[in-house]
Design a binder for this molecule. Sequence first.
Ligand code: B3K
Ligand code: ZN
Length: 841
Amino acid sequence: PQTIYLKDYTPFGYTVEEVHLTFDLAPSATRVTSRIRFAPTPEAVDKTFFLHGENLSLISAKIDGEAVKPNPTDQGLTCDVPNVPFTWEAEVQIDPAANTALEGLYQSNGMYCTQCEAEGFRKITYYPDRPDVMSVFTVRINGPHPVLLSNGNPVASGDGWAEWHDPWPKPAYLFALVAGELVAHRDTFETMEGRKVDLALHVRAGDEGKCAFGMQALKDSMKWDEDVYGRAYDLDVFNIVAVDDFNMGAMENKGLNIFNASAVLASPETSTDSNFERIEAIIAHEYFHNWTGNRITCRDWFQLCLKEGLTVFRDSQFTADMRSEPVKRISDVIVLRAHQFPEDQGPLAHPVRPESFQEINNFYTATVYEKGAEVIRMLKTLVGDAGYKTALDLYFERHDGDAATIEDWLAVFEEATGRDLTQFKRWYSQAGTPRVAVSDSFEDGTYTLSFAQHTPPSSATPDPQAQVIPIAVGLLSPDGDEVMPTQILELTQDSQSFSFPGLSAKPVPSILRGCSAPVELEHTPDNAFLLAHDTDPFNRWEAARNLAKASLLGTITGGTAPDGGWLDGVAGLLSDDTLDPAYRGYVFAMPGQSQLAADLHQAGTTPDPDAIWAASEVHRKALADRMADVLPDLYARHQVDAPYAPDAAQAGQRALGNTVLSLLSLLDGGDAAQAQFDGATNMTQQLAALAYLIRAGRGDAALAQFEAQWKHDRLVMDKWFGLQVIEADPDDAADTAKALTLHPDFNWKNPNRFRATLGTFSGHHAGFHAKDGSGYTLLADWLIKLDPVNPQTTARMCSAFQTWRRYDAIRQSMIGKELERIAAAPNLSRDTTEMITRIRE
Ligand code: B3K
Ligand code: ZN
């Protein structure tokens, strides 16, 4: 496959003045007619008229009404064209029914929908399918479907047809079309500019009862973007469509967002509190793209973080405002460490702005999204809230309507704040997680903190240079009072010291408060002290986590018993009713098993997945024993009597209640869990209870009952598939997953069901890494089977193997063989080929 480089960027030699598309829908023979007005750019260096096109049958092509014969190339066509503005017309035929890759125009349960980002529009018609080509689209859809939707505003419609016009110039990746038998949940919103917007959520009949929450989340997002960023919506309608078959969460097509049903449909009976929170965040994310992504888009796909990092940052601010800021920060950092750090520290490492790729779909990564958001968070910390606001206003003012770059983004910050961001830009160009070593001293009333930064070299960044690292630090006196509130120290050198005079005793530092930078600290803080006294909720949680980690690592490597300091500290916090229940739930949560494997590897020890599993179990049990007396009361006090609401307050109660129930279940053999299962009136209670029953070895009856109750509901059945896998014992996990793939409802072509089963399995650390290699073989078998059908979902799941070099020689050799077997599969997709090649490097 061909490698594309950032340095090779050249503009297209033509502008597209307008685009008219007509769709005559038919499952296996849809006709797409395009009429596109092109004008050569006088200053263009490259005058080649090249249009992308993939899997298209060209029926006819004309220029200014005259038939032409274009020259096919392997990725599209070229054609001789006049050196003045001209009209290109083409008719192509495509086969949506055969499109299992779910990219371009495809069918999902009889309904037509599209997914064009990143390069799917070329599967719909011939077009310069690149984000820097922006144009105004008018679309006519002919088809016997009650609902016919495209981008922009409705122009006119009749029986069997509809016409849409989108006045905002957009790149082709934001094109969307939906046709089908759908029912609408409607509402309206009035913008701060006084524009009345008709909102609709289109779903399959039967799902009407799952729309209200998503609609509210949309209205909250629209209001929030006005209040916080001053950005109003800009069309007469905003449509959201839920589809069952979708490769990711959702897509921000202009005026017509398309959502994986799992990312929008919610009801108390079928969705957990975490589902509700995730749905709210994804609706916000896609809505926020209207300004950060659509009005200002990316010049080329290397700039993906320009829209994704910023939009993730914006949706995290939104969630923090809607719910709890510290809890949101903690959960974001858990995700960052679990997904982005391993990527940044393994063979898939790449900068936030990559410099080359073979298949761009492989770069919708935790690095581009989550580290991309962290970089913006640091930028805001460094320039301050006011500086950030001025810079963002300038960004919107200057670049509205543009296809922009990271250089453009940083330039507005430099101009708005006067700050030189030359060194800061390394966050966009260097791969790897910086490591920061900390030491300190105290003399004559002056406390000195010294930092040394070091980023391990990688093939993506062989020679990393010092980064600008904002380190939020507070100081506590030995008796636990805060003697210095949070200050931001800017670490810019390889090593650097900061002094704090005028102290009467050596203070206890609280470092990297709020996780102020995506780095790893090399530092042994006084965790028990910080757990008791830190004023920063993030670092207090971090202290509990550090204690748990040290205790677990002690058990894994030295067989020591769970640390009494950790047990006391956590038990104390769990019972402290002055603290937010959701926060307490997080304080209890222990580091994940693959996180422990990463820590062991970092410390130079080969991780043993079975030992990690066993130590985690021992710790859970020790905590349950330690708290045995208080658990029943704690459980009773965190039951919600009020009618179900998916808000943060109730969700926090249930989260803590369920945490307590998980401990109780280790002591009562699952009786309390059975009672909760039997009496559950919402999915949060039902699913948690089911999990603990499975763990207690008495899940069979409940699983059967759950299946009978929810057979008709795909999204709930995804949970049923996933839960059995994730709650299986390590030696059963592969067999459980395998047995589920034989279940009549295992539709492997549906990405949600495939991920619920095989994706969940690859996240079962000890099960996936079972000694006999059965887990590796199972996953490889299924990836080989899925690749010809759906390359994108296959390629994404290959990352389960990215940490393979951490493990022992026998496991490495077993994984190596599976990777080789995947690589050797005939006609392996470009997507999977690139992933496997990079992982094997
Ligand atoms: N922009 C889309 C992701 C498209 C992924 C293409 N493989 C969703 C989002 O980030 O909002
Ligand atoms: Zn996005």
